[in-house]
Design a protein around this ligand. Structure first.
Ligand code: URP
Ligand code: ZN
Ligand code: ZN
Ligand code: ZN
Length: 487
């Protein structure tokens, strides 16, 4: 078996950074140490050697809002690799017959011939019945151990509280991780109609109709339901202080609640929707919408303090023509924005270069924490002997201006267009193969990527309910804060 040595770099993991070479044999890391020898050498002089990025949240080729996301499994995994992301976890939808097992099979059919690097799946639970209850077990056996529940998109994907509770209980039985899109879909629908009736039909109506209060309410509700079911909870695309506050409070009480801000939310704000040309604003329409600077500060603080654990993209890419379906009605603009290729470079530039995050915290948020929370650590997310050699030689001296003319997505725009980023992937390795080399005219290698099954969590992970009401006869007690009755 040929061996490769990543030579002369600073290995940077979630806990430390030190000068070392990394020896790769076949697909895995064989040794980390000084002066290692191999058949081939990869130059890491002046660069960090980090675990490949893992994007926990993408929607490639997803049928949604009357169209299909333009980013394919090939272009998505390729763009990811060019930006230092070696694995992504994509959201499957149930099949047309409502079967989640058929949904997973459909995702395999689409993704397998196309993927350039490894992927995993989450599954969306968009309703509740006996069949879904049964099939969730099969899904976990197929390596899909996390289920997303949409509290928004009324009339389409939205799920009711009783259904969500039933599904969360099922997750607990199976050792699976429930996830939520936290927005109060009923109130969003009312506000959407109100603004349309007032003649606010443009993209700014999208932002107005999805205030942070509605995200905070839903986050609190989902946390309460998870607590009642005794399961951990992962809240996707956290955009605001209200949702972050709910997560902080739950964690302080001992609950395992995870929060995922997006790179877009950390760096782009609501001004993108106002006094901008229609295309500019519509291209940035996503749910939840971009917020103001105060919310951004809250998200950065969460990453710094650990109350928010990972940074994702929610990459759901719709071309300008697709966005224009909502020309007269913001409710029809397909929701989603891009970031798969840009996530690491933008987080480095805006996070590490500014002193908000250490390089180790950067690694934790982009890779290691994702692998731990999604139960694929240390196969992924780690630079240790035996781990998959998904490694990025991260060069803090390669700068570029983000533009659709130099990105690798199929998208005809880029929400980060004009951002000057100060670091980039010099080399990206996926299971030992160099799949991207800066300035070397690398080409995508569709079909070489693999599906990574994610096993069920051990039962201890789920045995967390502080709330016994549902499991034992109700007793009237003073509340735990000792607040006298009547106040
Ligand atoms: O606007 C968004 N976020 N689009 C993708 C679907 C979702 O809600 O995650
Ligand atoms: Zn409802
Ligand atoms: Zn969502
Ligand atoms: Zn999403």
């Amino acid at each position: 078996m040929t061996t490769k040595v990543i030579k002369g770099g600073t290995v940077c993991t979630a806990d430390r950074a030190w000068k070392a070479d990394v020896l790769i044999e076949g697909e895995t890391i064989k040794q980390i140490g000084e002066d290692l020898k191999g058949d081939e050498y990869i130059d890491a002089e002046g660069a960090y050697v980090i675990p490949g990025g893992i994007d926990p949240h993408t929607h490639l080729e997803m049928p949604f809002m009357g169209t299909t996301a333009a980013e394919t499994f090939e272009s998505g995994t390729w763009a990811a690799a060019c930006g230092g992301t070696t694995m992504l976890v994509d959201f499957c939808l149930p099949g047309e017959d409502g079967s989640i097992v058929n949904g997973i099979k459909e995702w395999h059919r689409k993704s397998a011939p196309q993927i350039c690097s490894d992927i995993g799946y989450h599954m969306a639970v968009t309703g509740w019945n006996e069949n879904i209850f049964e099939e969730m077990k099969t899904a976990v056996e197929m390596g899909v151990n996390s289920f997303k529940h949409f509290m928004a998109y009324k009339g389409a994907l939205m799920i009711e509280d009783d259904e969500m509770f039933a599904s969360f209980q099922r997750c607990k039985e199976l050792g699976a991780l429930p996830m939520v899109h936290a927005e109060n879909g009923d109130l969003v629908a009312i506000l959407q109609e109100k603004y349309m009736n007032e003649g606010i039909t443009g993209p700014e109506g999208h932002a107005y109709s999805r205030p942070p209060e509605l995200e905070g309410e839903a986050a609190n509700r989902a946390i309460t339901i998870a607590d009642a079911a005794g399961v951990p909870l992962y809240i996707v695309h956290v955009s605001c202080e209200q949702a972050h506050e709910a997560i902080r409070r739950a964690r302080q009480k001992g609950m395992r609640v995870y929060g995922e801000p997006l790179i877009q939310f950390l760096t782009l704000d609501e001004s993108e929707y106002f006094n901008k040309d229609w295309d500019h604003a519509a291209r940035r329409v996503m749910s939840p919408p971009f917020r103001n600077k105060k919310h951004q500060d809250s998200l950065w603080a969460g990453l710094q303090s650990g109350s928010l654990q990972v940074v994702a993209t929610d990459h759901a890419a719709f071309n300008t023509e697709q966005k224009r379906a909502g020309r007269d009605d913001f409710r029809i603009i397909p929701n989603g924005s891009n970031g798969l290729e840009e996530r690491l470079a933008v987080l480095w530039t805006e996070g590490v270069e500014t002193g908000r995050l250490t390089p180790q915290e950067f690694v934790a948020a982009t890779s290691t924490n994702v692998a731990k929370i999604l139960n694929i650590y240390p196969k992924k997310g780690a630079i240790v002997e035996g781990a998959d050699a998904d490694i990025v030689v991260w060069d803090p001296k390669i700068s570029k201006t983000i533009s659709p003319s130099n990105h690798h997505s199929v998208l005809d725009y880029n929400v980060f267009e004009g951002f000057e980023v100060t670091a980039n992937a010099r080399y990206t390795l996926s299971r030992g193969d160099v799949i991207w080399a800066w300035g070397k005219n690398s080409q995508p290698q569709p079909g070489r990527g693999r599906f990574v099954p994610r096993p069920a969590f051990p039962s201890a992970h789920t045995a967390l309910s502080k709330w016994k009401e549902l499991n034992s006869p109700r007793k009237i007690e003073r509340d735990p804060m000792n607040i006298p009755a009547g106040i």
